[in-house]
Design a protein around this ligand. Structure first.
Ligand code: ADP
Ligand code: MG
Length: 725
């Protein structure tokens, strides 16, 4: 993808005798202050909304609409519905009841009268004097013969409000110092400017996907004549946002693929060795994924594959198979894990599998002693090490590989987006290594397309045989006796327990301290058992010794912070207790629960929360009145399906927060203004298909009709295509 060099924008401007926007008398880059009806004070208020220029204003989109073509007669208001009425104020009063100030404004239309009701906002009594014409929007309560609108949004109707009556009216996000009529009328007056905006979607594409042009879309997103027009406008804008995003991804992917990769050979001998590598039979899902990966590896173009599989689905086995193929072709493999504990565990697992086959496996982590680390680096440099396992340090540090052929990144969500550039530099001379990224984060498909649209996707959608779903229960903290009794029984029966400490975010040190105290509590409660402790502040050797003791069964319980969250695999551990569980996010809880249920024995996940958030009231509560924390507990109790949990997480938290843009070093979601990955999943798929199809026809967007697209590709939809440079 080509970004235009700075300065070219200016040239482009000079080259054009009159930018279309100018012709209409509007300068899209002019500050809003100079628009009629704005002025310095309102301009300041607009600035708080992120609106500085006319262009920003055009992209200040309604958050909802009201159908004011016909108001609901008060007499016909429906109990419980959210409705909009219009009338004249006849009076107002405030009454006090049990310490509550209840303010009522009486609104009358031809059919009857309604009370607009607010609580503890007595100043509202004087805001709407008798005689004021008002539009009110709110939830209808019919009580004791009176009709109320509770906490309604109100708007005073004036004769000057051209756009506020008799039509579908846009309702905008506001801030102090702005009102609906002000914003609406400023935007209404801007409509002629819209036709000056260059439409970057080629006409053929618009025709193919039945999309309205940009000017129409912008006009109808603000001031639709009909709901159909509004929907068409929204669909067009959503499509364009997704389309640009996917086009960018597709171009990046094409650039990646044009690099020369390694065509690994897959001889019958290698296939046979892969088959006997693991002590168990791969599941059909694992086999399918191994086939997808080995097909990629045999191809000349470099592999960029995301392997997604729920916790415990057996991604490590697949990684081992891929590693063996590369190694038998004479290449080195790097396997990166997000935590030292996980790196150490992978090292143990892989060393066990590979050592017997004469494959040298090395571990490299940041906390190893300098001498040890240098020795490992030297072996990697010399090509002695066939498989290097480590933390991210493995590629970031000054590590040189003799012949790196394959990089595997485990639990990728912890890293942020992979620095492919760094990886390429580690590649064997002239060839780009293959990349396999693994994640247990069950990304809903629509999000995966948005976030990782440039990776190919493989999914392990099946667990190894004999797994039983984890029994999940929700306890209140005051039920500790029952809880401890259960733990005692389990440990006496030879099972092992993870005990996850409450999340403390203030500092690492405090968090470690809390774990130390919790371990003491458990040691007091269970003198007959061995209790270990694991947290992020321990020295590597100490931590490794503790993990080893837990693995071999010398410890019956392991008190830990979330250092065990990712990847830790001890099949005999069948119980996990999570304290203050409602403070963890769903994705994290699912990961933590994934530490158990890895063997044939029945496993248990016990979520403990403060009694304030008492689980027993759950039965009497409807889904609406649960707090987010309670909703998360409910989801955890009700399902073990990672995909469902991810969808719920998305619903509870919203996509932006879930896959935060900073966390990913990727602004795909942050740049979405109109589109919503939850609501617009279908549009996303369509746009993706369209983007890849367009590039199949015109790989570098060289055709004249694609010039506009090429020019503005790097920019979000709502940024000025002409002046950004
Ligand atoms: P994850 O996908 O969470 O990384 P792991 O690779 O840690 O999962 O595997 C989870 C457990 O399942 C490990 O103990 C592993 O040995 C075991 N396992 C993986 N694949 C199979 C299989 N096909 N049959 C039996 N056990 C398997
Ligand atoms: Mg794993």
């Amino acid at each position: 993808m080509e970004r235009k060099p700075p300065g070219r924008a200016v040239d482009a401007r000079q080259a054009r005798p009159a930018p279309p926007a100018k012709r209409t008398g509007f300068d899209l880059d002019a500050p809003v202050q100079y628009l009629k009806g704005v002025g310095p004070r309102r301009a300041e208020a607009f600035r708080r909304l992120g609106v500085e220029t006319v262009r920003d204003l055009i992209w200040h989109l309604p958050r909802r609409y009201e159908d004011r073509r016909q108001f609901r007669p008060i007499r016909l208001l429906t109990q419980g519905a959210t409705e909009t009425i219009s009338g004249r104020v006849t009076g107002a009063y405030t009454e006090r009841r049990r310490g509550l100030a209840i303010t009522r404004v009486i609104l009358v239309d031809d059919s009857g009268s309604a009370q607009l009701t607010w609580y503890n906002q007595p100043y509202l009594q004087n805001r709407y004097p008798a005689g004021t014409r008002l539009v009110a929007h709110g939830k209808v309560e019919r009580r004791y013969g009176a009709v109320q609108l509770q906490n309604p949004e109100c708007e005073v109707v004036t004769g000057e409000d051209l756009a506020g009556m008799g039509r579908i009216v846009p309702i905008y996000p506001l801030t102090e110092g702005l009102s609906q009529p002000v914003v609406r009328n400023v935007l209404f007056a801007l409509q002629p400017a819209l036709s000056g905006l260059p439409d970057r979607l080629p006409p053929a594409l618009r025709a193919e996907y039945a999309l309205v042009d940009l000017a129409t879309a912008l006009r109808d997103i603000h001031f639709p004549e009909t709901w159909e027009a509004r929907d068409a406008a929204q669909r067009r804008l959503v499509f364009e946002e997704f389309f640009r995003l996917q086009l960018r991804l597709a171009l990046g992917k094409a650039a990646d693929e044009s690099r020369r990769g390694i065509a690994f050979g897959l001889t019958p001998a290698i296939t046979a060795e892969v088959e006997e590598l693991l002590p168990f039979q791969l599941t059909p899902a694992q086999q399918r994924v191994v086939a997808e990966i080995s097909a990629d590896m045999q191809a000349e173009r470099p592999m960029h594959r995301l392997l997604q599989g729920d916790v415990g689905s057996g991604k490590t086995a697949v990684a081992a198979a891929a590693a063996l193929i590369a190694i038998r072709n004479g290449y080195q493999v790097a396997m990166m894990a997000p935590t030292e504990i996980l790196a150490e565990q992978h090292y143990l697992t892989l060393e066990r599998l590979f050592a017997a086959r004469g494959v040298k496996v090395d571990l490299l982590t940041g906390s190893m002693g300098e001498r040890e680390r240098e020795a490992a680096r030297a072996r990697i440099r010399a090509g002695e090490t066939a498989l290097a396992v480590g933390t991210h340090a493995l590629i970031q540090e000054d590590v040189a590989f003799a012949r790196l052929g394959l990089a595997i990144v485990d639990e990728q969500h912890r890293f942020g987006v992979m620095q492919r550039q760094t990886l390429w530099q580690k590649g064997a001379a002239g060839a780009t290594p293959d990349l396999l990224v693994m994640t247990a984060t069950p990304i809903p498909r629509t999000l995966a397309l948005t976030l990782y649209g440039d990776l190919d996707l493989s999914v392990i959608d099946q667990l190894p045989p004999g797994r039983q779903p984890v029994n999940t229960q929700w306890f209140a903290a005051h039920d500790r006796d029952i809880l401890f009794e259960f733990l005692r029984e389990q440990m006496a029966a030879g099972r092992q327990v993870y005990y996850v400490c409450p999340l403390i975010e203030e500092s690492d040190a405090l968090y470690a301290e809390a774990a130390v105290q919790k371990a003491d509590v458990l040691r007091d409660a269970f003198p007959e058992f061995q209790i270990g402790l694991l947290h992020g502040r321990m020295k590597t050797a100490e931590r490794a010794a503790t993990m080893a003791a837990f693995r071999t069964g010398a410890l019956q319980a392991l008190v830990a912070t979330t250092v065990i969250e990712v990847g830790v695999d001890v099949p005999n551990a069948t119980v996990i207790v999570i304290e203050d569980a409602d403070r963890f996010g769903l994705a994290q809880l699912h990961q933590l629960r994934g530490r158990v249920g890895r063997g044939a024995e029945k496993s248990h996940c016990l979520l403990v929360t403060d009694p304030k958030h008492n689980p027993y009231t759950l039965a009497t509560m409807d889904g609406q009145s649960l707090s987010d924390g309670q909703r998360r507990m409910k989801v955890m109790v009700e399902t073990t399906d990672g995909f469902q949990i991810a969808e719920e997480d998305l619903q509870i938290r919203g996509p932006g927060e879930l896959y935060g843009t900073r966390q990913h070093g990727f602004d795909a979601l942050g740049s979405l203004r109109v589109a919503n990955v939850l609501r617009d999943a279908r549009e996303l798929e369509t746009a993706r298909t369209a983007a890849f199809a367009l590039l199949a026809e015109d790989p570098e967007l060289r055709r004249p009709e694609h010039a506009g697209l090429r020019e503005t590709l790097g920019e979000p939809l709502h940024v000025n295509p002409v002046t950004v440079g």
